[in-house]
Write a protein that binds this ligand. Structure first.
Ligand code: SF4
Length: 391
């Protein structure tokens, strides 16, 4: 906690110890990480709103993704929303209290024509909604595309590392971990606020989780979305139910300690895996998505707002700056890296998951959670449908 208050990097052993906390000690860990969260972000909760510009039909094979090549998940499939359709969808989220709109498209990466389309969409949203932040998430970027999105008014670019370098090839074969790092660096170099995070619950070990979070810290994103795998029926990871609410809290606490002054966002899987512990997690993360996810439903947007108020937090307004002053004023400058070897990948890694097995090797791994397929609902409303969005 003291290191978090000083923006110092904890040791790998300390980060691993957070993941190994006993249930008896968990509340004390949440309280300690909560003190770091409040030091840098007060009681503010930033709301983000997802607009899926293009759903399904992806040629890539990311095992966790319901939009992947060969996915049998019964998700919505549609091609590019028009700028006014996307702007209308975004407006619903903004009216619900979101200050950032995340424009996402399935696919390996955008063509230059796609960048044109998204640029028009960014402009439309910005013209119609003063003060809104727009983040694009379009996959791997080619040279010059980040700059063009920046010129069009995009504030941020999301591209997640997802998992450790040593396990990446077991999750995806159609692109590499290095490709992902390259895109985050391109976004950063173009002056976009970088957003990059992870997915927990794919069978990774504690060492893998620490690896990916240390790598994220080295990449220096302004925001780190923490996804908890939604094991979609029809995807290769459909049977991977490993997370418990307590495990999710430990992971969020570890991310907060390693990235103390960064926007830590609870992303997909919040309702499915944290369940009734969601309000406690607001002590660790300072940001969530409002309403639905890309292809699955979240809890009602109204329930998100009530949860924030009931837990004693407040929705961050458009007039409030998310990041602490030392980061905001330097365009996302990082915590200093002087205090440790934050990018090392020393763990042996657990190899391919092609056999569908669980590769977690940590003695502290949580017992398997009961599958809660009843909590996974395919999105059937909002963007790409004629039904009102959940915001
Ligand atoms: S994560 Fe992105 S690139 Fe991978 S399969 Fe899903 S939509 Fe395609």
């Amino acid at each position: 906690m003291d290191k978090g208050l000083r923006r110092e990097l904890p040791t790998r052993e300390e980060a691993l110890a957070v993941l190994a906390t006993s249930d008896d000690d968990l509340l004390e860990v949440v309280a300690a990480a909560g003190k770091v969260r409040r030091h840098w972000f007060g009681r503010r909760v930033k709301l983000n709103y997802l607009v899926n510009l293009k759903s399904g039909l992806c040629p890539e094979d990311c095992s966790y993704c319901s939009q992947r090549l060969g996915s049998k998940a019964d998700i919505l499939k549609y091609t590019w929303l028009k700028p006014d359709e996307a702007s209308e969808a975004a407006a619903a989220g903004l009216a619900g209290g979101a200050k950032r709109v995340c424009l996402v498209a399935s696919g390996r990466g955008p063509t230059d024509r796609d960048v044109d389309r998204v640029s028009e969409t960014v402009k439309a949203i910005k013209e119609q909604n003063e003060g809104v932040e727009v983040c694009a998430c379009l996959g791997l970027l080619s040279d010059g595309q980040a700059e063009r999105l920046r010129e069009a008014g995009a504030d941020a670019y999301n591209h997640n590392l997802n998992t450790s370098e040593s396990t990446y090839a077991g999750i995806t074969t159609t692109h590499t971990y290095a490709d992902r790092v390259d895109t985050v660096q391109k976004a950063h170099a173009a002056g976009l606020s970088a957003c990059s995070g992870l997915i927990a619950g794919m069978g990774e070990s504690d060492e893998d989780l620490v690896d990916v979070v240390y790598s994220l810290r080295e990449l220096d994103p302004d925001s780190v979305p923490v996804n908890f795998l939604i094991p979609f029926e029809g995807t290769p990871l459909a049977k991977e139910w490993h997370l418990t609410p307590q495990r999710c809290l430990r992971i969020l606490a570890m991310v907060r300690f390693v990235c103390p002054d960064v926007e830590v966002r609870i992303a997909g899987g919040r309702e499915v895996h944290l369940r009734s512990m969601q309000p406690l997690a607001l002590n660790l993360a300072n940001s969530i998505f409002l309403g639905d996810y890309l292809t699955s439903e979240g809890q009602a947007g109204k329930a998100d707002l009530e949860m924030i108020a009931d837990a004693g937090f407040e929705v961050e307004g458009t007039g409030q700056v998310t990041l602490p002053e030392h980061r905001a004023t330097v365009g996302g400058g990082c915590v200093s890296h002087e205090s440790g070897d934050c990018g090392s990948h020393k763990s042996a890694g657990c190899g391919s998951q092609a056999g569908g097995g669980v590769c977690g090797t940590a003695a502290t791994a949580a017992p398997a959670a009961e599958p809660r397929t009843d909590l996974v609902a395919v999105r059937r409303r909002g963007a790409g449908t004629d039904h009102a969005p959940n915001a």
